[in-house]
Ligand binder design. Structure first.
Ligand code: UD1
Length: 390
């Protein structure tokens, strides 16, 4: 029978939950011959291998071990190292996911070699070119062949950019596929017990966008809001290595102390239980694995984040989400879901948090096709495009 070689590229943490369901769906289709490239954009155990383990992703066929650098350096290095792999493997199709540097670098290289490219999670736009991801999204979508979208705004954006509708497929959200599949295992996670937390008693925070953490004034503004909020409930903060590095570079350890932050990563359980006057605490935590983080999200009172994917996960789970950004490329999480934008204005962050704590949250619903079957639909489309039996 005809088999097609499909190369999947994953490089950074938010890619891994998107490739896992695609690989599962390929496993059920005898015509699909997958090959996994890890670019090595993320390389720490907690940022990469932990996710392969939790999500049951096979060892990559090759790891390009690129590591960290400036945008140009990292993008160029991925292109240089991935090109010989594409030439050797002669894939029929490259699948890229999301909007990280690895996504764009792999796409440019493949298209120049005449390899067909499918972009999963295409068409999202924040209309903010300060965000490196926005540039990655625009470049990738402009040159990829097949564009798979998660929400109607993405189809509208692509139509406005002149993309022919026969290249665009609204198939749903593969990140939600992973969430649906892993829900039982996440529910069984012991993370709350390990951290000494009761359900709905804490806020969960993630923060790593350059626009928030690269300048001391932005950082200070956000942390002054967190300082007020932590008087009402403890804030759990699994800290991205980039953010931790910025705290150290900016010499902000003292700022955190002033603001009531407790920058120890350990003994969280005993810390939460101990009395500290008005302060509940802001608890730094090492980055968590997929199941532990999902469990913490599911059981939280509210989530504060500048991540893209977490806006979608909280919408699916019905957990209130306050996004510490001025814009979102995922507007359906605002119109249908649980998300509100608060930027980095302390008053707005506190106001939105107080509304949630007072139980004043609007009706929310799960967007269409966020049902755990997006990868299946994507593979069905690919079968049709390549004239294969689905
Ligand atoms: C990248 C993505 C971003 C995504 C985020 C999720 C781009 C442009 N950005 O941002 O869209 O939301 O991943 O995590 O692709 N570092 C480590 N260990 C690691 C990886 C990174 O210590 O395993 C540190 C390094 O100091 C590095 C810094 O984090 O310089 C930034 O890493 P990088 O991959 O450049 O960007 P992220 O901020 O992780």
């Amino acid at each position: 029978m005809t088999r097609i070689r499909i190369v999947l590229v994953a490089g950074a943490r938010p890619n891994f939950m998107k490739v896992a369901p695609l690989l599962d769906a390929m496993g059920e289709r005898p015509w699909a011959d997958p090959y996994i490239i890890h670019t090595g954009q993320h390389y720490d155990e907690a940022m990469s291998r932990a996710f392969f383990h939790d999500l049951g992703i096979p060892e990559p066929d090759v790891n390009l071990d690129v590591g960290s650098g400036s945008h140009a350096w990292q993008t160029g290095e991925i292109m240089k190292r991935i090109e010989p792999v594409f030439i050797e493997q002669e894939p029929d199709l490259l699948i890229v996911v999301g909007d990280v540097n690895s996504t764009m670098a792999a796409t440019i290289t493949a298209v120049k070699l005449g390899i067909k490219v499918a972009h999963v999670e295409a068409g999202l736009r924040s209309f903010d070119r300060q965000m490196p991801e926005e540039i990655n999204r625009q470049v990738t979508d402009a040159i990829a062949d097949y564009l798979f979208t998660t929400e109607p705004s993405a189809n509208e954006n692509l139509a406005r950019e002149g993309v022919s509708p026969d290249r665009v497929f609204h198939t749903g959200n593969v990140m939600i596929d992973s969430l649906v599949r892993q829900m039982d295992r996440a529910s069984a996670s012991s993370v709350l017990t390990r951290l000494g937390l009761a359900p709905r008693s804490y806020a969960l925070l993630t923060l790593h966008r350059p626009s928030n953490v690269d300048s001391e004034s932005s950082f200070r503004a956000i942390f002054s809001a967190l300082h007020q909020l932590q008087k009402k409930l403890p804030i759990i903060f699994p800290t991205h290595p980039r953010t931790l590095q910025r705290i150290q570079e900016l010499g902000m350890d003292h700022v955190l102390q002033e603001l009531g932050g407790h920058s120890s990563w350990h003994n969280l359980g005993s810390d939460v239980d101990s009395s500290r006057g008005d302060d509940q605490g802001l608890f730094f935590q090492e980055p968590l694995g997929y199941h532990d983080f999902l469990k913490l999200t599911m059981e939280s009172r509210l989530v504060l984040t500048d991540s893209g994917g977490i806006q979608e996960e909280t919408t699916y789970l019905g957990i209130p989400c306050i996004t510490l950004r001025e814009n979102t490329e995922r507007p359906i999480t605002l119109t249908m879901g649980t998300n509100v934008l608060a930027g980095k204005d302390p008053e707005k962050i506190i106001h939105e948090s107080e509304l949630v704590l007072a139980g004043q949250v609007g009706e929310a619903a799960v967007p269409e096709l966020w049902d755990g079957k997006a990868a299946e639909r994507i593979l069905d489309v690919i079968a049709r495009l390549f004239h294969l039996e689905p």
